[in-house]
Ligand binder design. Structure first.
Ligand SMILES: [Zn+2]
Length: 335
C-alpha cells in the first residue's frame, strides 16, 4: 500500500518535505481488530507537534494521521462488531484502558504517533475504537470531526456553560469552526465571540454565525463566561484571561504550546489575569465515549465542515499549509 511516513524529526518550513512517500505491506488485523481501507484522513495540528518533536513518536518510522474515515475490509480473530463494507472512523485514541478517564491513562496509545495511522491506503484498529459514521457526512466531511470536532466537543463540555452564557473561541482553525457550530446548536441564545489573527478567519467566523469577531488582543463587547483556546501560542492565553468575567473558565485545547512567545507570560498580572476565581483547565487527548457521543450529535446539529482536499501524495504540502495558517476550515487527505 502507499503511505506517507515520518522518518525524522524536523522543523516544518515553506517547501519542506517532512514525510516520505513509501510502499508498505497493508497491516494484518490482530485479535479484535478491523482492517480499514482508508477513504479520507484529516490533517491535524498535532501532526505538526509530532513532526517538530514537541510530542515525538516513541518509534520512527511511523505513519501519522488520526482523523481517519475508512471502510471495513477484513476482521481479525474475534472481531464481530462490523461487517465488510461498513464505514467507520478512527480518532486520536487508538486504544486505552477502556475506563471513563482513559484519555488520562498510562495505557493511552495515540493513533498515528504511537502506532501507524491513516496517512495510508489501509490501517488497522481495535473494533472498540472504531465508530460508525452518520450517513449525512461525506468521507471528507467526516474526517475532521474525528479530532478537531471531537476535542472541540470535549472542550465545550468542560466550559460547563449554562443556557445563554457567553463563549469565546481563541483561534479559529479546524476545531474552532466546528465548535462554533456545535455551540450554536446546543446554546442558540448564547453569544459566541471569536478571536483570530487572520482577517479571513474572522470573516469566516462571522459567516458561520459568530456574534462578534476580533483580533487576538481585542476585547469583546462583554466579558465572557468561558473561552476555548486552540492556538499554539502563549499570548492568546493572557488575552483570554483578560477577557474572562469573574468566575470564568479558560479551557486550553492544545496538546502542546510552542515556546516562541513564552516570555510574554512574564507580563501576567495576578489582578487582571487570574484573580476573581478565574479557572484554567486543559483538554488532554480524547476518549472513545467522547467520539461515540459526538458523531451522532454532530449529525443532529447539522454541522457542516469546510474542507480543502489534498491527494495523499501531497501530505507535505498540506502540512506546510497548516503550519503557515493560511487556510480556513480543515485540510483532508484522500488516498
Ligand atoms: Zn488531532
Amino acid at each position: 500500500m502507499k503511505a506517507m511516513q515520518l522518518r525524522a524529526i524536523s522543523r516544518i518550513t515553506p517547501g519542506s518535505q517532512p514525510l516520505c512517500a513509501v510502499e508498505l505491506p497493508p497491516p494484518a488485523p490482530t485479535e479484535h481488530e478491523v482492517l480499514l481501507r482508508v477513504r479520507a484522513c484529516g490533517v491535524c495540528h498535532t501532526e505538526l507537534d509530532e513532526i517538530e518533536g514537541r510530542t515525538p513518536p516513541p518509534r520512527i518510522p511511523v505513519v501519522p494521521g488520526h482523523e481517519v474515515v475508512g471502510e471495513v475490509v477484513a476482521s481479525g480473530p474475534g472481531a464481530t462488531r462490523f461487517h465488510a463494507g461498513e464505514r467507520v472512523g478512527v480518532g486520536w485514541v487508538h486504544h486505552s484502558s477502556g475506563e471513563l478517564d482513559e484519555n488520562l491513562s498510562t495505557e493511552f496509545v495515540a493513533t498515528g504517533r504511537d502506532v501507524d495511522g491513516g496517512y495510508a491506503q489501509y490501517m488497522a484498529v481495535s473494533e472498540d475504537y472504531a465508530y460508525p459514521i452518520p450517513e449525512g457526512f461525506t468521507d471528507v466531511q467526516a474526517a475532521p470531526l474525528l479530532c478537531a470536532g471531537a476535542t472541540g466537543y470535549r472542550a465545550l463540555m468542560q466550559c460547563d456553560l449554562r443556557a445563554d452564557q457567553s463563549l469565546g473561541l481563541m483561534g479559529f482553525g479546524a476545531s474552532g469552526h466546528l465548535t462554533l457550530q456545535l455551540a450554536k446548536h446546543l446554546h442558540p441564545n448564547a453569544p459566541v465571540c471569536v478571536f483570530a489573527r487572520e482577517r479571513q478567519s474572522r470573516d469566516f467566523a462571522r459567516r458561520l454565525g459568530a456574534d462578534w469577531s476580533g483580533g487576538v488582543g481585542e476585547r469583546p463587547p462583554e466579558q465572557l463566561h468561558a473561552i476555548i483556546d486552540t492556538t499554539p501560542a502563549w499570548r492568546p492565553v493572557l488575552e483570554s484571561l483578560r477577557s474572562l468575567r469573574a468566575g470564568g473558565r479558560l479551557v486550553i485545547n492544545a496538546i502542546r504550546k510552542e515556546d516562541d512567545d513564552k516570555a510574554c507570560l512574564l507580563g501576567m498580572d495576578y489582578r487582571d489575569h487570574l484573580w476573581m476565581e478565574k479557572q484554567v483547565v486543559t483538554i488532554a487527548n480524547i476518549t472513545r465515549f467522547d467520539l461515540s457521543a459526538y458523531l451522532p450529535l454532530a449529525a443532529e446539529a447539522g454541522i457542516h465542515p469546510t474542507t480543502t482536499v489534498y491527494p495523499l501524495a501531497q501530505a507535505n504540502e498540506a502540512l506546510v499549509k497548516l503550519k503557515t495558517g493560511k487556510n480556513t476550515g480543515a485540510l483532508v487527505l484522500v488516498p
